[in-house]
Structures are given as C-alpha cells and as structure tokens.
Design a protein around this ligand. Structure first.
Ligand code: PLP
Length: 481
C-alpha cells in the first residue's frame, strides 16, 4: 500500500490483543486503584511533553506513559466503591461494542450514511421505551447527554409555543416565554434555558415540599401569574430523581397543570429512568402518558458506557420541524421515508451509539438488567436502615431510589455550621483513603453526604465496607475533637 500509516494491520492486531489483555486485567484488579485520583492540580500536565513529537513514537512508549502518567490521574468510575455523584457505569459488552463502533468509525447523520445504524437506533429505542414503560406513541433518539436532550426539549417547546416563529425570525417580538422547574432541578436546565434564548430570568424555580419534590399548586400559581402578566408559559421540566436527593416531582399532577395550560412537559429522569425497568418502580412516573418528552441516561445506570442519553418524544413532527435543515448536499433519494437523525437534535454528525445499547441489552437480557438494578435499590435500603439505626447519624431525605442522603450528627444541639464542617472533613478523610468515594450536596443548608449505589460491579460487601469506613472514620473524628 502506497499510503503512510505508522502501524501495519499486523502490528495493530498484536497491539489490540495485548490491549484487550490489559483491559481485562485492569477491570479485574480495579480495586487495587484508589477510587478518587490522589493527585494535585498540575501534577499530570507537568509530565506531558511541551510539544508534540516530530517523529512518530512506538506504541510501547505511549502505553508506558499511559500507565505511569495517565492512570494515577484517573478517578475510577468503574471501581465498585464509587459512591459519588451519579454513576457513569459500563460493562464488558458495552466496551466490546464501543470497539466495533470505533472500528467502523461511521458517521451516522443520515439513513444513507449507515442504514443499519439508523434502523438499529430506531429499534433499540423502541425496546428501551417498552422496557421503561413509556407509551407506544413515543419515539426515541439517542443524544450525547441529558443536557442536550433537555436543550432539545426546550427548543421544541419554544418553537411549538410560537408557531415555529423564532426559528424563522429570531426573538423579534417583545413576548416573553417562560420555563418552570423545581428549586432542585439540575443545572443543565438553566444552561439549556440560556442557550435556547429564553434568558435566565425566564426560568421560574418552583418551590418544593418537605421531600424536595415540586409543589404542583406552586407551579399552577406561577403559571397563572405569568399569564396574567402577559408572558407565555412554554415548558415545564419535571425531575424524577433529582441530583441532590433523588426527589420525585409528582408527574401526574404536574401533567394536569401542563395539559390545562398547553405547556410542553419534559421529564428529566437522567438517573431514575433505568429503575423503571422494574414495573414495581413505575409508580414514580405515574402520569407519564400525559407528558411531551422524557430523557434518561443509559450511560448512568444501565451498563452502557458514556455517552448515551435516550430522548423520547410524543410529537416527532414538532421535534423534526424544530431541527430540520435541507441543504442540497444532504438531500437523499429516500427523503422522508426514513429517519434522518441529523434532524432529531443539534448535531449533524453522529456516532453509532445504538450498537453498545444493543450489545448490553442482548447480553444482559431485560431480566439481567432488572436483577442488578433491583440489587442496587435493595442495598440503598440497607444503608438507609444503618443510618436510621445509628444514633449519631441522620437521614436527610427519603430514599425512593439508589441514593442515601446522610450526615454525621454526634451532637443534635450543635450549630449547623460546625456540623457542616465536621461532615466536610469526614468526607474528605474517607475520600483521601482511596478506598471509597463520596460526594456531597446541601439540603436546607445542611452538608449532606450522598451514598449512591449504581456501579456495575458494586456488591453488598462494597456497600458494607463503605458504610463501615464512613461510620468508623466519623466516630474516630468525633472522639478526637
Ligand atoms: C437529574 C439530572 N439531569 C441531568 C443531568 C446531566 O446529565 P448529562 O451529564 O448527561 O448532561 C444529571 C447529571 O448527573 C442529572 O443528575
């Protein structure tokens, strides 16, 4: 071949076999690594060459640097004692499919640029829709993240509310479109509101009840007040499983308000959507048939490596009308007889993400996915019981899903500030051991340690050890004060 390539097919084959061995060893031994990276800012960049090499380098040298420089600077999201944030889990079948996706390296913007990618996406999204109990009149598309899915919903709502005028003329009228979400909504909603041109001032943060769930009466009052003032309520974002405490907004009542005022209702179930594979969890999304759109991330809690966010919408016409473009060079003879996913979201170019979902769902089977998620939910209830039974710990929120919000409270009469400091020190001390990783939020001003159970390889022993580490470190800290 008269083309310069730094690696031959045979060298690639050998290196790939070695790499797969390394990958399997790494995942089998991941518990030997600290969960949270234990490096200081700047430590990694100082070890990276100041300039790119002029001459190509051997793979052995690159791999050696990967092991010595990169690995210590990684936080290990696939570690079974990763209890921080929300998970971004993965699995062996997902990794295998990702290898194939990279091998094909197809750009799947149109049906014609890879018919199998489009039709598999169409079919796998129907599987997913049915798996999580969404009605049959929803269709799905894969976006990169929940942030993008929500942006897509906000843009569709904006266009529907204005008869598709803003797409044509921009914001030329004085009319003000408003958006509603709870005080505990994810920051991506505010970001989407800014990007979609509503303006941050148009976002109404609706009060929550004692479980941190949106109050439908407060939503109704806010919509009423805005209508009185001449604004146009356009979109409500309800959350099933807020990031702070996995609070669940009451969908059915919110949907009734939205339907009454003809407001687009988008559901952000970024984490919680995965739990809906269990029919007994679907009471958390009662009323889902009345909504307009729904997003959840298989890349969080469904063993499908980042990135893969499922976006479902009832009115696909509103979606496509919002995003479609028809430059000459993208016109194909199939026309509208096929799905061209470039018109179902922001990006033109698209990866073949459906393949990893197809691998995961087929390898686990629905019952396999249900089994692991059920176990995570049970383990979260076990942690809740430990916290409730411990006199010096306090539970700070209900536990409807896989996240337990807690704090160490050795002295119930202590000032909030000093309890907050104590818990911040406690969490840092645990994280510094590298044996487990927790992150925090604040609920009603109280520093809250979140114990999130959703990693693919997390078993009871890891959760028990995590709780032991947390409680023993707390008591050692309490007695040293
Ligand atoms: C409830 C909720 N919505 C949205 C997001 C944003 O997700 P992504 O990183 O996919 O944009 C998160 C992330 O944790 C989340 O918890």
């Amino acid at each position: 071949m008269n083309v310069y390539t730094p690696m031959s097919a045979e060298e690639f084959r050998r290196a790939a076999h070695e790499l797969v061995d390394w990958m399997a060893d790494f995942l089998s031994n991941i518990e030997r690594y600290p969960v949270r990276a234990q490096v200081q800012p700047g430590e990694i960049i100082d070890q990276l060459a100041n300039a790119p090499p002029d001459a190509g380098q051997p793979l052995e040298a690159i791999m050696q640097d990967f092991k010595q420089i990169v690995l210590p600077g990684m936080t290990h999201w696939q570690h079974p004692s990763f209890f921080a944030y929300f998970p971004a889990n993965s699995s062996y079948p997902s990794i295998l499919a990702e290898m194939l996706t990279a091998t094909l390296s197809a750009q799947c913007m149109l049906w014609q640029t890879s018919p199998a990618a489009t039709e598999m996406e169409q079919q796998v999204m129907r599987w997913l829709r049915d798996m999580i109990g969404l009605p049959k009149n929803f269709e799905g598309v894969i976006q990169d993240t929940a942030s993008t899915s929500t942006l897509v919903a906000l843009l569709s709502a904006r266009e529907r509310a204005t008869g598709y005028r803003i797409n044509e003329r921009g914001f030329v009228d004085a009319e003000k479109l408003t958006v509603y979400a709870s005080e505990h909504t994810h920051s991506s909603i505010e970001k989407g509101v800014k990007i979609a041109g509503y303006g941050r001032a148009a976002l109404r943060h609706i009060e929550v009840d004692e479980t941190y769930a949106m109050r439908p009466d407060a939503l109704r009052a806010a919509i009423e007040a805005d209508r009185q003032a001449g604004d146009i309520p356009s979109c409500v974002v309800a959350t099933i499983g807020t990031t702070g405490s996995t609070a669940v907004d009451p969908l059915n009542e919110i949907a009734e308000v939205c339907n009454e005022y003809r407001v687009w209702l988008h559901v952000d179930a970024a984490l919680a959507g995965s739990a809906m594979v269990l029919p007994q969890m679907r009471h958390l999304q009662a009323g889902v048939e009345k909504i307009d759109s729904y997003t959840f991330n298989p890349h969080k809690w469904m063993f499908t490596n980042f990135d893969c966010s499922a976006y479902f919408v009832k009115d696909t016409e509103a979606l496509v009308r919002t995003f479609e473009i028809h430059p000459e060079y993208l016109k194909t003879k199939e026309g509208t007889a096929v799905n061209n996913y470039r018109d179902w979201g922001v990006q033109l170019g698209r990866r073949f993400r459906a393949l990893k979902l197809w691998f995961v769902i087929r390898t686990y089977g629905v019952s396999g996915i249900q089994r692991v998620i059920r176990e995570h939910l049970n383990l979260a209830q076990w942690v809740r019981e430990q916290v409730e039974d411990a006199r010096d710990f306090e539970l700070l929120a209900p536990v409807p899903l896989n996240t337990v919000c807690l704090r160490y409270l050795p002295d119930a009469a202590a000032e909030t500030e000093s309890v907050n400091e104590l818990n911040a020190v406690l969490m840092e001390r645990v994280n510094a051991t590298g044996k487990a990783y927790f992150t925090h939020t604040k609920l009603d001003g109280r520093y809250t340690i979140r114990f999130v159970i959703g990693q693919t390889y997390t078993a009871r022993e890891h959760v028990e050890e995590g709780w032991r580490l947390l409680s023993e470190t707390a008591r050692a800290l309490g007695s040293s004060k």
